[in-house]
Each structure stands twice: as C-alpha cells, then as structure tokens.
Design a protein around this ligand. Structure first.
Ligand code: GLN
Length: 476
C-alpha cells in the first residue's frame, strides 16, 4: 500500500521502482473520495491527474531526469488560477469562472512536474479564520469533524492533515496559511512579501497577500518554496533576489539562535493558558540548550488587528470593484437594467455576507470624510510596526509566538461574534503588516486533543534561517 512520508523518500521509492506516480495518484483520489464530509475539495481533476501520472512514469522510466516536484500530488486553494479550470474564490460570484491563464506558481509547479489534483475549498475571497465563509459549505477539521479547520485556506490545510495531498498551496493575507496549519497540526509557511509571484492569485489585499505552503515536513516546504519563489515579469512587487537552495541549506549542524518574543503577546488575557504554558516551557528549554531567548516590549499589540482590518478592507473594496457583472462573474437576470441597478443586484446576490461587510467597511475607511482618520492613520501605524521589526531584527534573528490564541473551535461557535473571530488573527497579522516571513510548526498537543503550533518569524527574505530553525525544532 502506498505511504507518503516526504518528497525525498517518495522520489527514492519511485527511482527504485517501489512505487509509481500512478499508484500515488490513485491513493490520493481514493482518500479524497473516502472523506467527502471534510469538504476540502471543490473539484478534483481526476482524469487529468491520472493521465499526468502516466506521462511522468513513462518519462522517468525512459531515463529522463526528474523535476524537483516530480509526481508530487499538490492541491491548490481556489484562489489560484489554473488555465482552463474553474477558479471561484469560494464565491457564487465566480462560480463558473474559468481561468484563461496559469498563475505563475502553477506554471512553476508544472515545470517541475507536480501533479495538481484539485482545487481546494476556502473562505470566500480568502476572508475568514474558520472556513465557514465559503459559498460552498464549511470545511471540517479531520481530527475532530465538529471543529473548524481554520481559515481561510482550510481545504488546503485539511488536505495535508488528512493525507488527501502531499502538499498544498494556500494564500496568507493575515494568517490564512499559518492559522489553519496550527488548527490542523501541519506546517504552514508564509514567505516574505515579494518572495513569490502573486500573478494569477485572486487578490484580497494586494499589499498583504502572499501564496504559502502546507506540508508535513520542513524539507517539503523548503523544496516547494524553492520551486515557486522568484522574480516574475508579471508581478512588479516580486523581488529580484536570487532564490536560495532552501532544501540543501537545511543540512546544517544545529545552531544557537538569538530569539525574541513579545512579552505582551504571551501575557495576553485571551491566550489559552495551556498554549501559554506550552510556549513558556519551550522558551525555558531553548534557553537551557544555549539559545538566547528574551522578552521584548511590544506596546502595539492591541493596535495590530484594527490596523490590519482597516487596511485590508480598504484594499479589498478597491480590488473587488472589478466584479461588476459586466466583464465577468455572476450577473443578475434583470431585463434592461439601469447600470447601477445591475451592479447592485449582481453584487448583492453574488457576494456573501462577510465579503459585503468588508467591502462596506473598506469603502467607509476610504471615503473622503474618514480617509485621514482611518486609512492614513492605519498606514502610519503600519510604518511604526515596520520600524519596530527593523529594531528587533537588529538584535535578534527570530521572533517566536503562539500562532493562534486558542485551538480549533467548534463549527458555528464564533460565527456570530465578529470580534472574537478577528482576534484569532492577533499573532499572525504582524508578519503581513510588515512583510516578513513566518511559519507555524506543529509542536504541541492540547489536553483537548487538538494540536497547536509555534510561530517563527524572521527578517525580510530570511526564509533560509526560518526553515533551519524550524527544522531544528521539529527534530528536537
Ligand atoms: N482571518 C484573516 C482575514 O479574515 C486572514 C485572512 C487571510 O489571511 N486570507 O482577513
């Protein structure tokens, strides 16, 4: 029977003739079919995946060199464009929309011979922390199906958690890769802003959005990052910096790191005491092992979630004006409508509640009378946070924190409490506000049986260090 532990072992098994890409694809197709109640996939590309697996097997057996992701079964969040395939952003407004081009990440996955097995359920337009905002139903946590998997990349996280794919791609605007990774007990990595092209990623808040990776091992995340990162003529915000060989950089002897943590984050009253205890004892252990781990003051904690929501809703309200029912997307069936009437009817029926709320909030903070009070102010706070990160990284190599203040909650438990839902993002939004890389690694289990993670952040474009430290901690 097929078993997956890491891409490297899978490749060894392929080269030794112990397995085939076809066998792997059949294994995952069967696993997906066995767990429809998780609702992790919106569409499975069954025939295509099988055909591609046959092609790859033939190519490998004929002696051709194999790609870095040869035969690796990948799922993509339903916000990433795959030419000729529907991409709906978990929304009715794009329900039957087919992409006419590949996202750059898809192009790169395919070049390295990955097999894209399907598109994964998510919160509508990546807005949410629980995956309850999808127009196509909630996703369930495979460890306890009465609980949420986190959001917005819930389907992608659950796929890795429940062995429905080897790795998945999600997107992270304020935590949507790290938070579901924390809730599902897998690795979730968001790189620096500008490390991966956003071309072909449906925008939520363009100055925050990054594509991220879910995996079971640090090494798998490293090899995937190596493949999908890098300059792109189609996205001017991508860095020209060369992409390090993240995978081979992992083979280092253990190092001692200078690590900081935000005192206020660990003392926050909303933090589950067991999570606090878990992180605190890890800090003690790290100190005993010879690392420097210091508390630092972070007086801005209570401002980061409001700043994030002011800026992201503003950007979203502008981005989403393209869904006008004229160029693409759902159009309300009106006879001879006046233009505004057409916009209103189509957008009211096409967008879900959460998206509508955020468009209104974003329009409000950008409106003439309130622009300075909200938008400008939030931009100023963003700058202060950036300066703070520069100051911290002058002395320290990494910042650690819990990823989320609590473990996965029950489906429906927080649906009526917007503020509680927003507070779930308190530890993750900082990295997006300042553009630094961050990862959640599954180090802990709560007494309620659910996993929780450690978040590690490093300075801009220091993914190598972040991966090395993560690898070291995952092994110890
Ligand atoms: N929960 C956050 C939000 O709803 C993060 C979403 C994301 O990272 N895409 O905006």
């Amino acid at each position: 029977m097929f078993r997956f532990s890491s891409i490297k072992d899978y490749h060894t098994a392929l080269q030794n003739g112990q397995t085939t890409c076809v066998e792997a694809v059949h294994f995952y197709l069967a696993a997906i079919k066995e767990k429809p109640q998780l609702n992790a996939f919106l569409e499975v590309f069954e025939a295509e995946a099988i055909a591609e697996a046959h092609r790859l097997d033939a190519s490998r057996i004929s002696g051709l060199p194999i790609g870095k992701l040869h035969g690796v079964v990948v799922g993509i969040k339903d916000v990433i464009c795959y030419k000729g395939h529907v991409v709906s952003a978990g929304s009715k407004i794009l329900e039957n929309f087919k992409s006419i081009y590949h996202a750059t990440v898809v192009e790169k996955l395919l070049q390295e011979e990955a097999i894209i097995i399907g598109r994964q359920n998510c919160d509508e337009f990546a807005m949410g922390s629980s995956n309850e905002n999808s127009a196509f139903g909630a996703v369930r946590n495979a460890l306890d199906e009465s609980r949420v998997p986190g959001g917005s990349s819930g389907g992608s996280a659950v796929s890795v958690q429940a062995n429905l794919t080897m790795i998945s791609l999600g997107s992270d605007t304020g935590g949507s890769v790290r938070q579901p990774a924390d809730f599902c007990g897998v690795i979730g990595l968001k790189p620096s802003y500008g490390r991966i092209s956003r071309y072909g990623l449906i925008a939520y808040a363009s100055s925050f959005d990054q594509i991220g990776i879910f995996s079971k091992t640090v090494e798998d995340a490293a090899v995937c990052l190596e493949v999908i990162a890098g300059a792109d003529d189609f996205d001017s915000t991508v860095s020209e910096k060369p992409v390090p060989a993240y995978r081979s950089e992992l083979n280092q002897s253990p190092k001692k790191y200078r690590i900081a943590y935000f005192r206020q984050a660990l003392e926050h009253p909303g933090l589950d005491p067991e999570i606090r205890a878990g992180i605190t004892s890890l800090i003690e252990r790290l100190k005993q092992e010879g690392h420097t781990v210091d508390p630092i003051e972070f007086e801005f904690l209570k401002h980061i979630v409001p700043t994030y929501y002011v800026l992201t809703t503003a950007e979203a309200s502008s981005n989403f004006s393209r869904f006008d029912a004229v160029r693409f997307g759902y159009r309300a069936p009106l006879v001879n409508p006046e233009l505004n009437e057409l916009y209103k009817a189509s957008r009211s029926a096409g967008f879900g509640k959460e998206v509508q709320r955020r468009i209104m909030l974003g329009t409000f903070v950008l409106s003439a009378g309130y622009f300075d009070a909200y938008f400008t102010k939030a931009q100023q706070v963003r700058r202060i946070l950036y300066n703070k990160s520069v100051e911290v990284f002058n002395t320290y190599e990494a910042i650690i924190s819990p990823t989320v203040p609590a473990t996965a909650f029950k489906i429906g438990e927080k649906s009526d409490d917007q503020v509680a839902m927003f507070l779930a993002d308190i530890y993750t939004v900082f990295a997006n506000l300042v553009g630094i890389p961050a990862v959640s690694i599954p180090l802990f289990t709560h007494s309620n049986g659910m996993p929780f993670g450690l978040q590690i952040m490093t300075n801009h474009f220091e993914e190598t260090k972040m991966l090395q430290l993560s690898d070291q901690l995952m092994r110890s």
